[in-house]
Design a protein around this ligand. Structure first.
Ligand SMILES: NC(=O)c1ccc[n+]([C@@H]2O[C@H](COP(=O)([O-])OP(=O)(O)OC[C@H]3O[C@@H](n4cnc5c(N)ncnc54)[C@H](OP(=O)(O)O)[C@@H]3O)[C@@H](O)[C@H]2O)c1
Length: 264
């Protein structure tokens, strides 16, 4: 079916879903352009002028939790919730987001950092929209996922491998950062090891790889839009981080790339 016809049909049958997915595509473009010029104001880039701030751990939980919650609520409203392939995709999404929402924030080291409520509000909106549209597409709009034949489709197999590769890189890179600080410390050091041999932000690289893998495995529009948004959001942040490292450490390894090994 031509894309314009598919879009028209989707708008007629599922207008809220279609507009929400379209909104995430546009948000990705806007985020990319803004973040190229303005470093997201948290962590090492935190500065005054972004409105009220609250405890970073609390805000991480509040802004990330809508993702697994919205996904789970919409997912279990469907009669297809207990089909094999959707259950696998559900588990992958939860593996990432239950950790990111309820465990990761409590493992961060850095004292009692604060984060602008504005950044949390934007993430809250995105996570809610992304969670429910992905669950809806997987359970209601993707007949290919309701057959176990999809388990041996090359897209599913490649997607699973890519997802877990990205997951491992993301987790390992975040662990290297965490271990740079002893409990109570809040300063910054140059990270070494793992993908930090090649990149300034391998945690972001892993995250992008992970969601590209998910998009292959699910093969739905919202899953691809999620991978797109993740890249649009994290590539410019990796540029900011790389610039920051070069400005703050004279001995920063010059051969490191920002976010794609050997390329970017
Ligand atoms: N899907 C998405 O769109 C999306 C968006 C954002 C984040 N994420 C994911 O969320 C995770 C965290 O993201 P983030 O932007 O907060 O990552 P980040 O800036 O790399 O920071 C991660 C943690 O490591 C600490 N840290 C960073 N660099 C350090 C250094 N050189 N020395 C000592 N400590 C250092 C930070 O402390 P400070 O807080 O004190 O700087 C923070 O606690 C990543 O896995 C990322 O992929 C995903």
């Amino acid at each position: 079916m031509p894309i314009t016809e598919a879009l028209t049909e989707s708008l007629q049958t599922h207008p809220l879903y279609t507009w929400t997915v379209f909104g995430i595509v546009v948000l990705g473009i806007v985020s990319f352009v803004l973040l190229l010029f303005i470093s997201a104001p948290y962590g090492r880039h935190l500065r005054p002028g972004w409105g009220p701030t609250i405890n970073a751990t609390t805000l991480w939980v509040i802004m990330e939790a809508p993702s697994p919650i919205a996904f789970a609520v919409v997912y279990f409203m469907s009669d297809n919730a207990f089909e094999t392939v959707p259950l696998i995709l559900f588990s992958m999404f939860m593996l990432h987001y239950v950790y990111r929402s309820f465990i990761y924030p409590f493992r961060m080291r850095g004292g009692h950092k604060r984060k602008p409520i504005l950044t949390g509000a934007l993430a809250f909106g995105f996570n809610t929209a992304n969670g429910w549209t992905n669950a809806f597409a997987i359970t209601e709009l993707a007949p290919h996922l309701l057959s176990t034949a999809w388990l041996v489709d090359p897209r599913f197999i490649i997607g699973i491998i890519v997802f877990f590769t990205g997951y491992a890189i993301n987790q390992h890179s975040d662990a290297i950062l965490r271990n740079l600080r002893k409990p109570g410390e809040s300063g910054y050091k140059i990270p070494y090891g793992g993908f930090y041999r090649w990149l300034s932000s391998p945690n972001y690289f892993g995250e992008i790889v992970e969601w590209i893998g998910f998009a292959f495995a699910a093969w739905t529009v919202p899953a691809w839009v999620f991978a797109w948004f993740t890249a649009m959001n994290l590539v410019p942040r990796a540029f900011s981080n790389h610039r920051w490292y070069l400005e703050h450490f004279s001995d920063y390894p010059k051969s490191r790339r920002r976010i794609i090994p050997f390329l970017l």
